[in-house]
Design a protein around this ligand. Sequence first.
Ligand code: ADP
Length: 521
Amino acid sequence: MNVRRLRVAHWFALVVGLLLAVAAIAIATGVAGLDDLTARRLTLLDRIDPADAASLRLSGALVDEESGVRGFVIARREDFLEPYHRGRVTEQEALGDLHRLATIAELDQVQEDTAAVRRAAETWRSEYAEPAVAAARSGGEPPSADLGKQRFDAVRTALRAQQRDVDIARRAARKALDDAAADVKRLFIGSGVLIILAVLVAAFTLRQVVIRPIARLARGVRRVATGDFQEPLVASGPRELYDLGSDVDGMRARIAAEVTALRDAERALIEQARELQRSNQELEQFAYVASHDLQEPLRKVASFTQMLQRRYSGQLDERADRYIEFAVDGAKRMQELINDLLDFSRVGRTTRPHEPVDCDDLVEEALRRLAARVEETGGEVVVDGDLPVVMGDAGLLTAVFQNLISNGLKFRGDAPPRIEIAAERAGGAWRFSVTDNGIGIDDEYAERIFVIFQRLHTRDAYEGTGIGLAMCRKIVEYHGGRIWLAPAEAGRGARFDFTLPAAERGGPQTATEETPVHEHA
Ligand code: ADP
């Protein structure tokens, strides 16, 4: 198994395990060291020191015994024997203690010394003390004082040997206690160093296998977030991080592919738009050139057929007069259409900067131009409040109001026409509405009516060429706005809505020089 592919939990368990093992070792060795120290302290305090004291007691007791016997022999008074008797009791106790302590402390030399002291004391007592006491009591001959001194010197020699050996044992125990204390100190220092090392190893391991891969992944993700999708993310670290890194890299690769595809599509779209624009320009150019160039021959046809009509009317037969009338009418109609087409194709051809224009002024101008029509139809045009100031070309925008009001007057119902104009703010733009009380328009024609030369009625029913709304759409879109037919509503005629950029927010910076208003007459 690849060690670096372990899970975070496994790494955590490993590191915690290491720390626990080190702690356990430190505690175990510490406890063992302390135990050893305690044992050595007990040996010194509870065995060697009491043995030392017992040795001193033994020595004192024997000296008491010797001086008691010596006093009794001289004074022959029983009370002088008191130290002898007390000394014997103390001697027995001290010998017992020494034997017991030397055994449990395993002090073989002291054991032997004690046996030697016991033997020497027994010899002194049996060979000198007891015969001397008996002789003093009975008034017999006591053993010689030299013998007493000799035997007691042997006791002193054995006592000194014993005290020396107890002292040696005490020193050894003291040294062992000091050594144990030093060992404990070393153990604590060693454990401390070991624990610090273990913590360092744990920290380093966690940093290498968890923290650094996280930081590396975070850097990679941040790079992707800032939009660099091309450079792959290198996944590393424990299994979860490796999987996460691989997933993020998969995501990055998919995003990179999508971005490339989107860019390709965008490029294709831009290319298409350019192509469309180019063919649109060509078409407009064609419409403009055709209508412009057709004007001249048409004018000739119109004027000569009109001349024919004026000069020869009534001189030919009736059928010829009718034919001439058709020709005059057709030529006039064609002139109208060609003029409209020319006006239409002029929108946006030449440019001039847009500027703030007050729509109240535009409507006023449109109404001035339509005054005769309003009067003739008995109509009424109402402006709802003040109209706003927008950015645009005054001439073109006047044409929009004029076309819409003119349609409202033209497509009237039985009642006298009434047209309402209103505007309301819609974000960075103004939305205008022109509502009439005329015959209205079915929703299904909402798009068709904006197509050039498309009409819903015959010329006999309503005059017109079908260019007015197409012109409105071209002008409004040229200003960056939109125009549409509002859904039909019972009880009202048609309502046209359109948007124009508000003055303070600016707008497209160009407009045409001509004023292509279609006169519906
Ligand atoms: P024109 O007015 O010369 O016919 P337009 O482009 O202005 O051309 O209008 C296209 C058609 O839309 C009109 O023929 C008419 O059928 C319909 N239309 C336009 N405005 C209105 C209106 N206010 N009420 C009813 N129908 C309308």
